[in-house]
Design a protein around this ligand. Structure first.
Ligand SMILES: Cc1ncc(COP(=O)(O)O)c(C=O)c1O
Length: 472
């Protein structure tokens, strides 16, 4: 009998350490059947937070529907249009069902992506002078961007920091800020259920705590929902933006805003568009907004793709989100522990991880930088180039989460302000200018993220790749 390969031995040891992984084996069968293109091309896919992967049956099911039907624009009332409207409304109902959102409580508004859902809230939130926008440091730029709407209308923006090394929020500090509600005003609190920078999962208990103090809560669920169950019969955030391609890969170009109807009714849309009104008049100079979802869906929705959302959600339900969650948890734990043990011959650590080194309340994302034996940083762009050669898909930079990056990389407000105030940087700053400005410090990091069909071979290959960087 041949002696086991290194991979086989490592896999065996992994299974002994994580016996619960066996219960997720249906995902190996699924990967072989539905995602065989990954292994056929020897891809190591580690960018699930960037984009999820689709099963081939999702594409065929959608293809069959389109190939065998005639669909018109759902904004008309002819037979082909009504056939489409039926499927659009069915998809809407399925989204609510998937997140256990009561249709009486929540509206499901289809958008092009999570960013568009966030913009819908930002541009329509009734900020007035003295109102407040409170958010954590580790938000995606599309959440940060809401501060520009707040600023334009005289509201104050306050950031609650995340603390090193875990990159979690100091809850006492958060509650102190939440206690400063502007009575009679508008108070919006935004945070990610899972950070796309560090993988930290922030407490969902904050939703009710903030609401009890008079805040509207925007829970960015874009990075969370692919591998975690968001139960909106248990948690009741006012606004929940997400993108479907992050959950099941296909289709792109569709996201949604789940919004509590009561909170939605307080938003003031800054304009009207095709599809959002009951009546608009040119000569009468009036328009009347439609009720509920319709008032927020500008123009023709991406209607042919909406049935594919239902197909994707059903696919996740068939697999079981809990199975995906558990698999990601075991793989993350092994990966984390393995990376932490990697040391150069002189005992210098190879990897510096940003975020918690335990797996509790930690989604399947790890962000890090690599260091040489003499302690100097290996630029994340170099790591990306080398990973590309090994056919490993990972992500580098700051992942559109500058606050997370600034904390992790030790960039202070003073340094950043000095850089932005330089006369040559008044109106334009390229990423290379920025690197020069923060001289010597890293401007980014390396992120690996796990998801739906991640397996042991994926994380093993990444550890092997990391080992190749030892003793440089
Ligand atoms: C936490 C989080 N929020 C928002 C977004 C924005 O998503 P999209 O680019 O699909 O609009 C992302 C995308 O990576 C994300 O990770």
């Amino acid at each position: 009998m041949n002696s086991p390969t290194r991979f086989e031995s490592a896999n065996e040891a992994f299974l002994l350490d994580y016996p619960g992984y066996h219960s997720t084996q249906s995902l190996d069968t699924l990967r072989a059947r539905e995602y065989s293109r990954l292994d056929a091309a020897n891809h190591t896919y580690l960018d699930y937070t960037g984009g999820g992967l689709y099963a081939i049956s999702q594409v065929w099911a959608h293809h069959d529907l389109l190939a065998n039907s005639v669909f018109g624009n759902p904004h008309s009332s002819n037979p082909t249009s009504m056939a489409m409207t039926k499927l659009v409304e069915q998809a809407r109902q399925y989204v609510a069902h998937f997140f256990k959102a009561s249709p009486e409580e929540y509206a499901v508004i289809f958008t092009p992506n999570a960013s568009a859902a966030l913009k819908l809230v930002g541009e329509a939130y009734p900020f007035e002078p003295g109102d407040q926008y409170l958010l954590t440091f580790d938000n995606h730029n599309s959440v940060n961007g809401i501060r520009e709407f707040a600023r334009a209308r005289g509201a104050t923006t306050t950031y609650v920091p995340v603390d090193l090394p875990d990159m979690r929020v100091d809850e006492a500090q958060l509650l102190e800020n939440l206690d400063k509600t502007r009575t009679g005003g508008h108070n919006l609190f935004a945070y990610p259920a899972q950070s796309n920078f560090s993988g930290v999962q922030h407490s969902l208990e904050w939703i009710a705590q903030a609401q009890a103090r008079g805040w509207d809560v925007l829970l960015d669920a874009a990075a969370f929902v692919a591998t975690n169950c968001l139960d909106l019969s248990r948690w009741h955030p006012d606004f929940v933006p997400l993108s479907f391609y992050k959950m099941f890969g296909y289709p792109t170009g569709v996201g949604c805003l789940l919004a509590r109807r009561e909170a939605l009714a307080r938003l003031c849309r800054p304009w009207f568009a095709g599809g959002t009104i009951t009546v608009a008049s040119v000569q009468g100079d009036r328009h009347y907004l439609a009720e509920g979802e319709a008032a927020f869906e500008d123009g023709t929705p991406n209607y042919l793709n909406l049935p594919a959302v239902e197909i994707g959600l059903r696919h996740l339900e068939t697999i079981g989100l809990q199975t995906i969650h558990e698999r990601v948890h075991y793989l993350l734990s092994w990966l984390l522990n393995s990376l932490l043990t990697l040391r150069h011959k002189n005992n210098q650590p190879l990897v510096s991880l940003y975020g918690p080194i335990e797996t509790k309340q930690h989604g399947g994302t790890l962000t890090m930088n690599f260091y040489r034996a003499d302690g100097t940083l290996i630029d994340h762009r170099v790591i990306e180039q080398q990973a590309n050669k090994a056919n490993i898909s990972l992500r580098t930079g700051c992942f559109c989460n500058p606050g997370g990056g600034e904390i992790a990389l030790g960039l202070s407000a003073g340094e950043l302000t000095a850089c932005f105030r330089q006369p040559t940087h008044q109106s334009r700053l390229t990423i290379d200018d920025f690197r020069l400005c923060i001289d010597g410090k890293s401007s980014g990091a390396v992120r690996v993220s796990l998801g739906l069909v991640s397996n042991f071979a994926d994380v093993y290959r990444f550890v092997q790749f990391s080992q190749s960087l030892l003793n440089q």
